[in-house]
Each structure stands twice: as C-alpha cells, then as structure tokens.
Design a protein around this ligand. Structure first.
Ligand code: PHE
Length: 332
C-alpha cells in the first residue's frame, strides 16, 4: 500500500504537534503551534498532504481520513491546553487552596432555642394569644419608666444595662413590648412577644449577655390571679407533661404586683425557674392610658434558653449561643 508512509508521517506529526502543544506556555505559543501544524499554507500537515496527488486514487481516501483525524486531534489538544492555561492564569490572580477539604453537604435545622420559642408559642396560640414583637433598641421610657421602674433603680444602672447613647439602650427585657402593644391596642389583649434581650451579665453557665425571652401579657375586664395561675399551670403541663408540678414563689418586679417567680419540676428532676411573672401593676396600665379601675391583667417573662436546657438536659446555656455546628447538629 503506497499510502502507508504518508499515514505514518501524519501520525509522527500528530505526536510532535501534541508535544509542542503541551510545551506552550501562553496563548501566543499556542497560536504559533496552531499555525505551524494546522496552518493552511505553511502548516506541516497541509504540507504533507500536498503529496496526496501523487498517490494512486484508491489510496487517497484512507490518507484523507487519517489527515482529518490528526487535524481534529491536534485541534482538540490546542483547545484543552488553552483552557488549562486560562484556569492557571485565573488561579494565579486569585489563588484558591485546592487542598482544603470540601465543606460537604449539611442540612440546616431549627435552633433549639428557636424551637423552644415555637413550641411555647404554639401552646399560647391555642389559648388565644397573638404573637408580636418590638424593637431590640429602645429608650429608657419604654424599658423602665413606663414599666414603673425609676431610672435610679439598679436595673437601669450602666452596670446592668447596655446603653448605646444617653437614654437609648439595648432592651434589658421584652417587657417594653407590653407597653408598645397596650399603646397601640385597646383591651382585651392576649399576646406573647419573643425576642433577644441584652444585659451586662457575666458570661457563665446560666447567663449570657444576649439571650432570648418571651413576654406574655393578658389584659381585660375581670382578669384575676386565678386566671394568671391557672393559665401558666396549664401551659407547664401541656409543655412538660401532665405530671409537671408548678410553684409560684413570691418575688418583686416594679411592673407587677403581686409578683412571682414560677418554677417547674418534672418527676426525678429539680425545680427549675422558668419565668418572672405577676399581676400587671395598675401604675403601668395608667402609663399607657388604660383605666386601672376597669382593667386588670397579668404578665410573664420566660427564658426559652432555660426551657431548652431543661428539655435537652444541657447544663451550660452558653452552648446554645456559641453556635458550634457540632453541638447544634445534635438537635437536628
Ligand atoms: N421582665 C422581667 C425580667 O426580665 C420578667 C417579667 C416579665 C416579670 C413580666 C413579670 C412580668 O426579669
């Protein structure tokens, strides 16, 4: 077969061309390789094919087919090398550490404190409460004064509260939402208001300077201490189970009278304080323009972080707020 030497020469050129492509260091080099091998006039493959006419006609198709294959193979090598060079150039400009392990796939879940809030909320919703919220930055009037707390009260002290500017602070509790809601709406009112609150607390197993609270407020005609106690006891039994014991300990808050700390106890565990609460002080009703002779109410401020601790047997509140995925992932 007369075609054999030409086919072999084509294959040899293919090897050379591919080697030249691999050596090309930039786009200019690549273009020179392309012209040298695939160029129509000067290209070495075209040059070789000029000998085609001397072949017997029956040998020409085989050589033509091989020539096309070689051209395609060299063109593909040129394209691949061009892409590699472009990626390398990008990488040099904006290096990515390809040795870093990939992040892998993980599915987000509800944070255990958010879940406690949602579950607490679901029970109050079934008892006719509306969910609302208020600003995390508030002023002294809403955070203290309207709540019957004089500004020389220790809670208003710079030692305890995070001030942003004179008179302006990160709310130290969700109770200002009581005031804002009563200003906007007439009784009857039944609301819960979850949100973050801020205090200059030491960071320890049961305190974090930023933590979640849920405020609750009921105001209507004829609301009594019995409604207050029965509703909270019902909540506790629905949340923790029918055997849950509830205890009201006398306490003091400037905005409730009488006031109580509410503790719950499940079988086999200790009493745990879950909220401050009490009958709304008539002075607060007066501050928002309600008639304290006509209306009475009760309120609570619950710590859903504490609730989540109790629920999951977690001993350190800080774990909930440090947001380490290895810890939080356990509650998925
Ligand atoms: N605001 C109080 C606190 O943060 C809790 C509370 C709310 C007490 C409502 C009574 C009524 O400690």
């Amino acid at each position: 077969m007369a075609s054999v030497p030409l086919v072999e020469a084509l294959r040899a050129l293919e090897q050379k061309a591919r080697a030249a492509v691999e050596e090309a260091g930039d786009a200019g080099d690549l273009e020179r390789v392309r012209v040298a091998y695939l160029g129509r006039k000067e290209g070495r493959i075209s040059g070789l094919l000029r000998g085609l006419g001397k072949l017997p006609p029956e040998d020409r198709p085989a050589v033509g087919a091989e020539a096309n294959r070689v051209k395609g193979s060299v063109a593909a090598a040129l394209d691949a090398r061009a892409e590699t060079l472009a990626t390398d150039a990008l990488q040099a400009r904006d290096p990515v550490d390809l040795t870093l392990p990939p992040r892998g796939k993980w599915r987000g879940t509800i944070h255990p404190v958010s879940r406690a809030i949602d579950d607490i909320w679901a029970i109050f919703r079934s008892m006719g409460f509306t969910r609302t919220r208020g600003p995390e930055v508030d002023d002294e009037w809403y955070n203290f004064v309207a709540l019957n707390t004089p500004l020389d009260h220790p809670a208003a002290d710079e030692q305890d509260t995070l001030y942003l500017a004179p008179g302006l602070l990160l709310r130290s509790h969700t109770s200002p939402v009581q005031v804002r809601t009563m200003q906007k709406h007439e009784p009857p009112l039944r609301i819960v208001a979850p949100g973050m609150v801020y205090r200059r607390d030491t960071y320890d197993a049961t305190h974090t300077p930023a933590f979640a609270q849920i405020e609750g407020l009921v105001v209507d005609e004829g609301v009594t201490f019995v409604d207050f106690k029965a509703t909270l006891a019902e909540f506790a039994r629905r949340f923790w189970g029918p055997g849950t014991q509830v205890r009201f300990r006398p306490s003091f808050f400037p905005f409730t009278e009488p006031s109580a700390e509410v503790d719950v106890k499940r079988q086999g565990s200790d009493w745990l304080e879950i909220m401050g609460a009490g009958m709304v002080d008539p002075a607060v009703l007066e501050n928002v323009g309600y008639d304290p002779e006509r209306y009475t109410g009760w309120a609570f401020g619950m710590g859903p972080g504490r609730v989540a601790m109790l629920r999951h047997g977690v001993r350190d509140l800080r774990l909930f707020y440090e947001n380490d995925m290895r810890f939080l992932g356990q509650f998925a």
